[in-house]
Design a protein around this ligand. Structure first.
Ligand SMILES: Cc1cc2nc3c(=O)[nH]c(=O)nc-3n(C[C@H](O)[C@H](O)[C@H](O)COP(=O)(O)OP(=O)(O)OC[C@H]3O[C@@H](n4cnc5c(N)ncnc54)[C@H](O)[C@@H]3O)c2cc1C
Length: 490
């Protein structure tokens, strides 16, 4: 049996690949599925266009993998298309390099007239100088992760949530098991023949448990979610990659980002007001009215980059990935790490590390993940027709989730409560529906838990109309909860 540490895109990808080869797996995550960077990213399915000048190998991998993911995750990986836009006074020499890079990486590019583009995207600046369409898309991260998890568990794999790996056991220099601490504070041993470190930004910590430390190059990025789907496709700024140059449509919202700030520790830092202002200010070069758009929230994620010897600007560090067999560098036998890379390339990363694990276990089975289609199940139907539980995200009452799951779990699975009202209105309708499935006091307890989770760490980083909107939502919530408390007391 193989233990995979981390239930992000990489860890679940590894577990799925091994499962299809007939190798039993147990996945362990200190949080829930998508607790790390895989639940805190921009959601862009990279065509590779962003990296053709600075990182051609990563660009080629992105292009190839984006086509595979679109095929194997129908409905969760959405080929919206994307556009690279140069505004007036942008460096034309970079544009030339970029066009040549796309050609070398075989990424199809089609020039669009600025006028035609502004018809599609009226909010775009009138200072567009040139624009090129590429096959970018949108990754619905949680939908992909939950689909993978469901298939792994259906095939007999185990996923331990809220469980931390605290130590790795070795006998005669060979991995023999892991020591875990569960949510209930139980400490236990799990025996295994091999361990895969897919701990993203925490991979350095896990490598220390393996007594073969890896030096990660961590960098935090901030993103801002705005209400309303202001663009039908991904918009990238055509220039040397920098801060604040990509807008991605997600459901009824758009996500703008990002930044790149070196980090010592893997936990995501809190977004700051100054960084939010700077990011929005950068956005005004492409969308002059961005400062007036309604902000829903800002969040950060930490890039798990790895490039031994790299110093300086994190954007210059390759987005390529590395698979490490720790035995080859003097570490234990049966220990593998997979670091770096992108969400877009998680399947390929998983295939490469699973090849090494299968060889180590003498299992002669090739990877099948590029061919096995993971079809939509309830996650997709949840957005189908019928009366709605959540108008913002179009989630229907008939299919908003499994009756056993509490409200907050249904949020991540169906996306209800994630749109412009942030659950202020739909959470109450959902609680009414929930009260038909469980006792009313339990439904109310779930509503409180939902609110706590939704509001966790929330504090305004904005100003003007946005701050007023936040205050209004907060007032509605507080009034409702005051009435609930009174009802409870009565
Ligand atoms: C700001 C930002 C924007 C990005 N945007 C994009 C994008 O648009 N497109 C794209 O392709 N890529 C993007 N990326 C990159 C991409 O998100 C990451 O490369 C990818 O999510 C990494 O996934 P992972 O599974 O390797 O790591 P993670 O998702 O971080 O998973 C690691 C898991 O390990 C668990 N773990 C750690 N330590 C332990 C322990 N001791 N015990 C148990 N569990 C443990 C953690 O809880 C975590 O869930 C972005 C990254 C950032 C930071």
């Amino acid at each position: 049996m193989v233990v995979v540490i981390g239930a992000g895109a990489t860890g679940l990808g590894v577990a799925w690949d091994l499962t299809l080869r007939g190798i039993p797996v147990t996945v362990i995550d200190q949080g829930d599925i998508g607790h790390g960077t895989s639940g805190r990213f921009h959601g862009l399915l990279h065509s590779g266009g962003r990296y053709v000048v600075t990182d051609p190998p990563a660009a080629r991998d992105c292009y190839e993998e984006s086509r595979i993911l679109t095929r194997i995750f129908p409905g969760a990986v959405i080929p919206t298309g994307g556009v690279f836009v140069a505004v007036q006074n942008e460096d034309l020499a970079f544009q030339e390099l970029w066009l040549k890079g796309c050609q070398r990486a075989s990424i199809p590019v089609r020039e669009l007239s600025p006028a035609a583009l502004r018809q599609k995207i009226p909010d775009l600046t009138s200072a567009v100088q040139s624009a090129f369409q590429v096959p970018d898309g949108v990754l619905e991260g949680f939908t992909v992760l939950f689909r993978l998890a469901r298939h792994i568990e259906a095939a007999g794999g185990q996923i331990w949530r809220q469980t931390r790996v605290e130590a790795i056991r070795m006998v005669n220099g060979r991995v023999s098991g892991v020591v875990i601490r569960t949510r209930q504070d139980d400490r236990r041993d799990i025996a295994c023949q091999a361990v895969v470190n897919a701990a993203g930004p925490w991979a350095g910590d896990i490598s220390r448990l393996l007594k073969d430390p890896l030096r990660m190059n961590l960098a935090a990025g901030m993103m801002i979610i705005f209400a309303h789907r202001r663009v039908p496709l991904v918009v990238n700024r055509l220039r040397h990659p920098g801060d604040g140059d990509i807008l991605v449509p997600h459901g009824r919202t758009v996500i703008w980002g990002t930044t790149d700030v070196p980090q010592e520790r893997p936990d995501p830092p809190r977004p700051t007001r100054e960084e939010a202002r700077r990011l929005i200010h950068l956005g005004e070069a492409l969308f002059p009215e961005m400062g007036q758009w309604r902000v829903l929230r800002a969040f950060t994620g930490v890039r798990p980059l790895y490039h031994p010897g790299a110093v300086g600007d994190a954007r210059e560090i390759s987005r390529d990935f590395t698979v490490i067999d720790h035995l080859a560098q003097g570490g234990p036998e049966g220990a593998f790490s997979v670091v770096g890379g992108k969400w877009t390339t998680f399947r390929l990363m998983a295939e490469r590390v699973a090849d090494q694990v299968a060889r180590y276990l003498s299992v002669d089975q090739k990877s099948r993940t590029r061919d096995v289609v993971l079809r939509p199940t309830e996650d997709h139907q949840a957005r189908s027709a019928g009366p709605l539980v959540c108008e913002c995200e179009g989630v229907s009452v008939s299919a908003w989730g499994d009756g056993a799951a509490p409200l907050d779990h249904r949020r991540l699975r169906s996306w209800f409560g994630m749109g412009p009202c942030q659950g202020t209105l739909c959470a109450h309708r959902a609680t009414g529906l929930r009260a038909r499935e469980v006792e009313p006091h339990q439904a109310l307890a779930e509503l409180r838990a939902f609110r706590e989770e939704r509001m966790a760490g929330m504090r305004p980083v904005d100003w003007g109309d946005n701050a007023r909107q936040y205050a209004l939502l907060e007032a509605v919530r507080q009034q409702t909860y005051a009435e609930m408390e009174e009802a409870d007391d009565a």
